[in-house]
Design a protein around this ligand. Structure first.
Ligand SMILES: *Cc1c(COP(=O)(O)O)cnc(C)c1O
Length: 404
């Protein structure tokens, strides 16, 4: 079991008052808070290590390079990649998806098809629209049902030998649905399509095993898993990363440059042009070590408890409407109250110190499906407590009585 009080002591930001009330931070789906080990590692980097990597022969450059490459190894082990050079540092999920989509835009042709799902974040929709517009390929969408699950029979119908790539999220940020990605990946491979998994919302809650999943690409952001913004990972199978053209040109990604022809560096450097966010990359490794020291099994079990507790409490409220009621769910609850605008509720409970997200959560097609402007989304992390959920319930009751 988790010692929540000692975990909470690791997160300085949680111990403050907002509008005169103790902060209850339930916007973990947007970004996570950072533990002291992460904050101290950022400071240590700039106080003791800062230098550019892979370049100088001087001592600090070597120390920074070693720390950066050590972080790559931590990520490799964490996601169980087969090879170190299959782990590419990026600035986040959005960058990783754009990198892959840009590569595919040069490899797709008319008549080819790309499949996304109705449950995607905009960052796993728009880059594929770009790729299809540029290449003449067609974008297809796996539909969702009322419970916020993908309709797998429809997916079966969409898959043909024209399908070149399937891009779906592991966990929906707007609804919390955990998608059956093993099945999605296996079926796509049967028709010869590659699969990109958007793991942004999964990595804070579970430890992905990319070899076991057999996905071709897995992308995520560091900032949702206790690491700084500006850190992120693109995992790709070696064969795909070799096939994919480089995304950005510049320093670090070349083997040899002449005005006639440039040859590219090998993996992973082919996709790491320019000076990266060195500190964020190094500290991503620190954050992953921190999460593993707590243990993902513990995190999952505890967050499930929070989800169950909050769902039961919310169910008692009059006029509540839940969005996303799949049995396979992460600790994310999207809801509204009959007749009340989510923004109004969000604004009132903010005055009471409760931070939730209101709006479309960068997933407008889902809102369109339910014919709503947005939802109230409470997303829980392992550092949250049942007492905090009780405080949210009190605040919601107050909001409801004020607004009706
Ligand atoms: C947050 C999120 C993204 C975008 O991540 P960035 O860090 O903003 O690049 C993409 N997909 C999902 C499912 C997300 O939750």
């Amino acid at each position: 079991m988790l010692d929540i009080q000692s975990i909470r002591a690791d997160f300085p930001i949680l111990h403050q008052e907002i509008n005169g009330k103790p902060l209850v931070y339930f916007d973990n789906g947007a970004t996570s808070q950072k533990p002291v080990v992460v904050i101290e590692a950022i400071e240590k980097y700039y106080k003791e290590i800062n230098a550019n990597i892979h370049r100088g022969v001087h001592h600090l450059s070597q120390v920074a390079t070693d720390a950066y490459e050590e972080a790559r190894l931590i990520v490799k082990n964490h996601i169980n990649a087969a090879q170190l050079h299959e782990v590419i540092f990026t600035s986040g999920t959005t960058f990783g998806i754009n990198l892959v989509a840009n590569g595919f835009s040069q490899m797709l042709k008319e008549g080819d098809e790309v499949i996304v799902s109705h449950l995607e974040h905009h960052s796993n929709i728009v880059p594929w629209q770009f790729a299809c517009e540029r290449s003449g390929a067609t974008l297809k969408v796996i539909p969702m049902n009322e419970k916020g699950e993908l309709v797998m029979e429809a997916y079966d119908q969409l898959l043909t030998d024209r399908t070149k790539l399937v891009a779906v999220n592991h966990i929906s940020n707007a609804l919390g649905t955990i998608n059956p990605i093993r099945e999605i990946i296996d079926k796509a491979h049967k028709v010869g399509a590659a699969v990109l998994i958007d793991g942004a919302q999964a990595v804070p809650h579970i430890k992905p095993d990319v070899q076991e999943l057999d996905c071709d690409f897995y992308v995520f952001s560091g900032h949702k898993m206790c690491a700084p913004t500006g850190s992120g990972i693109l995992y790709g199978k070696e064969a795909w990363l070799n096939k994919l053209p480089p995304y950005q040109g510049g320093g670090e990604m070349i083997k040899e440059v002449t005005f006639e022809k440039t040859t590219y560096a090998c993996l992973p450097h082919k996709f790491e042009a320019g000076t990266p966010n060195i500190e964020a990359g190094i500290v991503l490794g620190v954050a992953i070590n921190y999460l593993n020291s707590i243990g993902f099994e513990n995190i999952e079990a505890y967050e499930k408890e929070l989800l169950k507790y909050a769902t039961e409490k919310l169910q008692e409220m009059p006029g509540i409407i839940f969005y996303g009621t799949s049995t396979e769910k992460a600790s994310v609850i999207s809801f509204n109250f009959e007749g009340l605008h989510p923004y109004d509720v969000g604004a009132i409970i903010d005055k009471l110190g409760i931070a939730v997200r209101t709006g479309h959560h960068c997933a407008q097609p889902i809102m369109e499906y339910y014919k709503i402007p947005g939802t109230i989304r409470a997303s829980f992390s392992f550092y949250n407590t049942k007492e905090e959920i009780d405080r949210m319930m009190d605040a919601l009751k107050k909001a409801q009585s004020m607004l009706s």
